[in-house]
Ligand binder design. Structure first.
Ligand SMILES: Cc1ncc(COP(=O)(O)O)c(C=O)c1O
Length: 432
């Protein structure tokens, strides 16, 4: 591939046009690739093709949602079958039961499910439910944890932690949100003992921070702290749900939270979110059991249980049930992590590769980051240069400053070898 600017003239034109109607020319800031984004024409498997005809092997896979890759046949078939019967009912239907049954079957903490249209909303309604159930207002999250744009959890995301994450956030709402570093049980225990917390909410594997994994005993320790202090333990499995095996991170690590938030994979490439948990907590949404609105936890949404998202999600979970796909993507993930670590070590370049299963993160720093604060040591110019090199090699992931990627079922051994070869090229070009 030649230089990005030389081969993306149509994208450059679209970018100019987009800037007139979309702030920054994009629909989500994270997609604003430097110097300007390429605009897609089509995507199939793990190949995305832009409006100039350039092809990239995709390791971003729809923000991690596309575990079967883009437009997988099983999902297309299920959606095509559903389309003539209705795209959005606004009434109850069997497909929403079918997907919930699959979630309940696989996710250890899930007895009942309620849907949302995004992971953000799952966090919003789910933490409301936690406050309703415990009668407490305060929440503890993890520094660097990303739970979407819901005001109460849109705090302590970027460094320095504690500054406002966005203009327009209601500072009063955030007053009841606290944060501690990931993998720090002592700090979490102190918070839980000093404050009456409704919940500790965390990503069991930290995604946006670059796929940081729990140290042995960490998740178990949080479970104990929550049990000792009558605090609900919540796993935000928007990323890890159905990705770390069908049981998500709770199945993988063997720690059962009280509530689980989901999104991404369970929509099969269509918008979705869900929160789930035991009957005793979930039924607080049931207006028959809780007719008094002051005692009930309110939930709703125009597109909740959308039939297209439901059939796409069920088709995806069905494809995952044999375990063959997880074995494939997990083994490619291991090959990728080991290969990358070996290459950087051989060239004596300080890099720490993180991740688990089909996820991997590359941190240009010597020591393995145990929490998001540790990632401040990441060498940003090197991370940016690597991103640019990979882009020019026909490999795409996000973001230019935090390299975190997903492997999906259409990825092959050859894709991993190409990725590793492009990494060797990068080292030769930038660290001769
Ligand atoms: C762990 C986690 N929670 C919540 C969200 C928010 O989900 P959505 O973007 O669907 O609102 C994300 C999105 O990336 C996420 O990674």
């Amino acid at each position: 591939m030649t230089g990005y600017e030389e081969r993306t003239s149509n994208s450059r034109r679209l970018y100019k046009r987009a800037n007139r109607v979309l702030p920054a020319g994009v629909s989500y800031g994270i997609r604003a690739l430097p110097p300007y984004p390429f605009y897609l024409k089509k995507a199939k498997g793990v190949t995305v093709t832009d409006v100039d005809g350039n092809e990239y092997t995709d390791y971003w896979v729809g923000h991690g949602a596309l575990i079967l890759g883009h437009a997988p046949d099983v999902v297309i078939d299920a959606v095509m079958k559903q389309l003539p019967y209705g795209t959005h009912y606004g009434f109850s239907h069997e497909h929403e039961i079918e997907l919930a049954e699959r979630i309940v079957k696989h996710v250890p903490s899930a007895d009942m499910v309620r849907y949302t249209s995004s992971g953000t909303e799952a966090n919003m309604y789910g933490t409301r439910l936690a406050r309703a159930y415990t009668g407490r207002d305060k929440m503890l999250k993890i520094e660097g944890g990303w739970h979407g744009g819901y005001d109460s959890l849109h705090a302590y995301v970027g460094q320095p932690y504690g500054r406002s994450e966005s203009a327009g956030l209601n500072s009063k709402v955030i007053e009841d949100t606290y944060a501690v570093p990931y993998n720090d049980l002592e700090a979490a225990e102190k918070m839980a003992k000093d404050h009456e917390l409704a919940c500790i909410v965390l990503e069991p594997v930290m995604g946006a921070a670059g796929f940081l994994t729990p140290e042995p005993g960490y998740l178990e320790g949080l479970r104990e702290i929550c049990d000792d202090t009558d605090t609900l333990l919540i796993f935000d499995e928007v990323i890890t749900g159905f990705r770390l095996g069908t049981g998500g991170a709770q199945g993988y690590y063997g720690v059962k939270p009280d509530l689980t938030f989901m999104g991404k994979v369970i929509g099969g490439g269509f918008p979705v979110g869900a929160f789930c948990g035991p009957v005793e907590i979930m039924e607080m949404i049931d207006h028959n059991k809780y007719p008094d609105p002051e005692k009930r936890s309110a939930h709703g949404g125009t597109f909740t249980g959308n039939p297209i998202s439901m059939v796409a999600g069920s088709a995806t979970i069905d494809a995952l049930e044999t375990g063959r796909i997880h074995r494939h993507i997990d083994s490619l993930g291991e090959k990728m992590r080991e290969g990358l670590q070996e290459i950087f070590e051989r060239h004596d370049i300080p890099v720490s590769v993180t991740g688990v299963g089909s996820t991997f993160g590359i941190h240009f720093q010597k020591d393995k980051p145990l929490n998001a604060g540790d990632t401040a040591r990441n060498d940003i110019p090197a991370t940016r240069a690597y991103f640019r090199h990979m882009l020019e090699s026909g490999i795409i992931y996000l973001s230019p400053t935090v390299s975190h990627s997903w492997i999906s079922s259409p990825h092959t051994e050859k894709d991993i070898e190409d990725y590793l070869a492009a990494t060797e090229d990068y080292i030769r070009a930038y660290n001769p």
